[in-house]
Design a protein around this ligand. Structure first.
Ligand code: ADP
Ligand code: ZN
Length: 729
């Protein structure tokens, strides 16, 4: 493959348009590199593309159009080309969709624009005021660095007119600089903590792995608060010393600001950020600077894996078991698995950090594919909480109440000592069901096969599938009885009501994603709780993820059985992980913690495993069950969802697919279904699913491709293939 194409040479260009073909163009004046990002004509439009290779030349040369221009960004590297190709093959995703994922920054085609920046000048102002001194002090402190007017004014705590006054005398100089500026270089030796012996051993292993410049994956397991973050930050430091780039993936944007603060304390400056809360200009800057190697560390959500790193040496996946790493719409991929793929192509190291690793990673350690590092104790005086069950069968509790007398007493004891309690219920809103007491009708979404959830805080009913809301009716839409609609079951908002009634003098805070308009509002709320501005916290799984509340000593799980219902093959694993994570919120400082789980089945093996804390025993049993059933991680699975506004169409095609399964049988795979998907209608589209099961070593993707290619799909029908499905909905 040539590395450079001269003007007029035929090049094959991959675009992000859903064509699924590489198109031929002529290289432009001045030629272009292999991998160059280009603009090409497509019909009447100009679209973004990448020079993917030589053209095929199966078209009249005279009619082939020319590339319009080469963009001023680094060409796509061979490593990225391979990664996108192999990720597409694995997830059965069209290349155009992969390229869309890899170019999700605005204005990549724009010429680099300029902006005004300000730095220390050589002139002397006519007079010195307090405000002027502040500005000059800031600039001297950051010797040589330049800032925008807004940044400088904020840092000095002055108005912009003060700065402009200094510019007049040359004491501050004003210059034009490219808008997309490099991120400040992080200092690997800036602020390291003194590590415990356990932590230092772990850090040493990771540092050596990073320094080796080869691929490897390490599972960093340690109870919450054991210092996993401190340890993997040492691996990041080593990666920076090697002059390579590092990426830390976090499962939840709400966790980034706390993490950024730690990065600044460790490395002196903030890293680059990439997630949905980042502004468009900042995204563009991040994408470009990552490509130039002018961003040493990126902290982001799963899609940060598709940035054009110049030389990625380390990827950390924090809370690697978290389900949010699986993208459930558009391109269906698991960022944890794609991380391992990308690292293996680029001779990079992977660190998977978790207190409760996924069974997949556990099995990869068993199989010798991953190395395991373990931190066994919490840092400092903190110890793991005491775990206990509350048997709800013997608690004396009236209907419509959910906090048992035993749990009430435990909360009261905390209130007396000035400590915090957390009531955990993984259900947003006020009540999951609204039922008519006259006719039994349950209010459902008009577009989905789902019940509407009452959100009293928003004063609406909401569908958690499609997000549709409607006012809370006073009249039953079915029988027209008035004032007979009533909520059934608890959500966090209803728990708050109960807590207020039980503990009228306590300060109560609800932590659920619905209650915050912005990530900033949520962050401030969490900071206030951390300082002690609440006695009782009521939260959904948002609180299970990594926040650190030092005054919290009691966790009460309202319904420990909730996740065990349903047919999901990971129900036990998920419940185990979630309960351990939530319990881990208690007792993170000096005062010891306690976690109490309300359950109707205290003898259930999963509940017993959570209480007993014998993790190895739990995983060994879980692994044996999955092995026997031939399901992941010991077998392979793919989910196929057919959806259409026309219900007949989806069942017809589903049945036809099940009948014509020769390509699957050839590799020993089995098809199950078609069956209505657990949520049989979403946004007005009827959904049918098929499930394919195969042996671990079977060439599943090739067989699926051959199988699906046999059928002609009606234009209204959508077929989605989910390799290694994580959720069954
Ligand atoms: P994890 O990531 O395992 O939950 P963290 O790295 O967040 O644990 O550590 C928990 C808390 O203990 C943090 O506030 C962290 O700064 C602190 N900590 C951990 N190890 C050390 C250490 N060696 N020196 C000082 N503080 C530490
Ligand atoms: Zn809906």
């Amino acid at each position: 493959m040539p590395e450079f194409f001269h003007e007029g040479d035929l090049v094959g260009v991959l675009t992000a348009q859903p064509l699924d073909r590489i198109l031929d163009y002529k290289a432009p004046e001045g030629g272009c590199m292999l991998g160059a990002f280009v603009e090409v004509p497509l019909g009447p439009r100009k679209v973004l593309g990448v020079v993917w290779g030589s053209g095929k030349g199966d078209f009249d040369y005279a009619k082939v159009r020319s590339v319009i221009g080469v963009l001023d960004v680094a060409p796509m590297r061979a490593e990225m080309h391979d990664f996108l190709t192999r990720a597409a093959e694995y997830t059965l995703t069209p290349m155009s969709a992969m390229l869309r994922l890899a170019t999700r920054a605005p204005g990549l085609g724009d010429a680099p624009s300029m902006r005004k920046v300000f730095r220390l000048g050589t002139g002397t102002p006519d007079r010195i005021t307090d405000a002027r001194t502040k500005v000059l002090d800031v600039l001297r402190d950051y010797g040589g660095l330049s800032f925008t007017l807004g940044e400088l004014a904020e840092m000095a705590g002055v108005t912009s007119s003060v700065i402009k006054g200094l510019v007049k005398y040359g004491a501050v100089s004003e210059e034009d600089a490219p808008r997309d500026t490099p991120y400040p270089a992080l200092d690997p030796d800036y602020g390291g903590k003194e590590l415990t012996a356990d932590q230092a051993d772990g850090a040493e292993v990771l540092k050596r792995a990073v320094a080796s410049g080869t691929y490897g994956t390490t599972l960093l397991k340690g109870v919450t608060g054991s210092g996993k973050t401190e340890v993997y930050l040492e691996a990041v430091a080593e990666c920076l010393r090697q002059g390579r780039q590092a990426l830390v993936l976090l499962p939840e944007i709400a966790l980034t600001s706390e993490f950024i603060t730690r990065v600044e304390a460790r490395f002196g400056f903030n890293p680059a950020e990439w997630h949905s809360g980042v502004t468009m200009t900042e995204r563009r800057r991040c994408w470009r600077m990552v490509g130039q190697g002018a961003a040493g560390l990126v902290v982001g959500a799963r899609s940060a894996l598709f940035l054009p790193y110049r030389d990625l040496g380390l990827i950390v996946v924090d809370e690697e078991h978290d389900t949010s790493y699986k993208q459930e719409d558009g391109v269906l991929y698991n960022a944890r698995d794609m991380t391992v793929l990308r690292a293996s192509i680029n001779n990079a190291q992977v660190v998977l950090a978790s207190a409760t690793p996924s069974l997949e990673s556990w099995a990869n350690v068993e199989a010798g594919k991953y190395t395991k590092l373990e931190l066994t104790s919490r840092f400092g005086p903190a110890v793991m909480p005491k775990m206990g069950a509350i048997d709800m069968r013997v608690e004396d509790l009236p209907g419509g109440r959910w906090v048992s007398p035993t749990l009430q007493a435990a909360i009261r004891a905390r209130l007396e000592k000035g400590e915090q309690s957390l009531l955990f219920l993984n259900r947003r809103g006020y009540a999951p069901v609204t039922i008519c007491r006259a006719c039994g009708h349950q209010i459902a979404c008009d577009h989905c096969d789902a019940r509407m959830v009452e959100h009293r805080f928003l004063k609406r009913l909401m569908c958690h599938q499609c997000g549709e809301t409607k006012p809370i009716p006073t009249v039953c839409p079915n029988c027209e009885a008035e004032d007979r609609l009533s909520p059934v079951g608890p959500g966090v908002e209803r728990m708050a009501e109960e807590a207020i009634a039980l503990f009228p003098d306590a300060r109560i805070a609800v932590l659920s994603s619905d209650h915050f308009g912005s990530a900033r509002a949520l962050k401030e709320h969490i900071a206030a709780i951390t300082r002690g501005d609440a006695d009782i916290i009521i939260g959904t799984q948002l609180v299970a993820k990594g926040h650190n509340f030092p005054l919290l000593t009691l966790v009460g799980v309202i319904d420990a059985d909730l996740g065990l219902q349903g047919s999901d093959l990971r129900a036990a694993e998920r419940t185990f992980q979630l309960m351990r994570q939530v319990a881990g919120r208690a007792g993170r400082a000096e005062a010891p913690g306690e976690a109490l789980m309300q359950t109707f089945q205290p003898e259930h093996p999963v509940i017993r495993a959570i209480l007993g804390g014998d993790e190895e025993a739990f995983w060994t049993a879980e692994a044996a069950e999955r092995k026997a059933a031939g399901v992941p991680p010991y077998g392979r699975m793919a989910g196929i969802v057919l959806s259409s506004p026309n219900v007949q169409e989806v069942f017809d095609l589903g049945a036809e697919m099940a009948r014509n399964d020769a390509p699957l049988r050839r590799i020993g795979a089995q098809v199950f279904g078609p069956a209505p998907a657990p949520i049989a209608r979403i946004r007005g589209r009827h959904r049918v699913r098929l499930l394919v099961k195969a042996d671990k070593g079977a060439p599943l993707q090739a067989a699926l491709t051959a199988w699906v290619a046999q059928f002609k799909l009606p234009s209204t029908l959508r077929l989605a293939i989910d390799i290694d499905p994580q959720s069954f909905y």
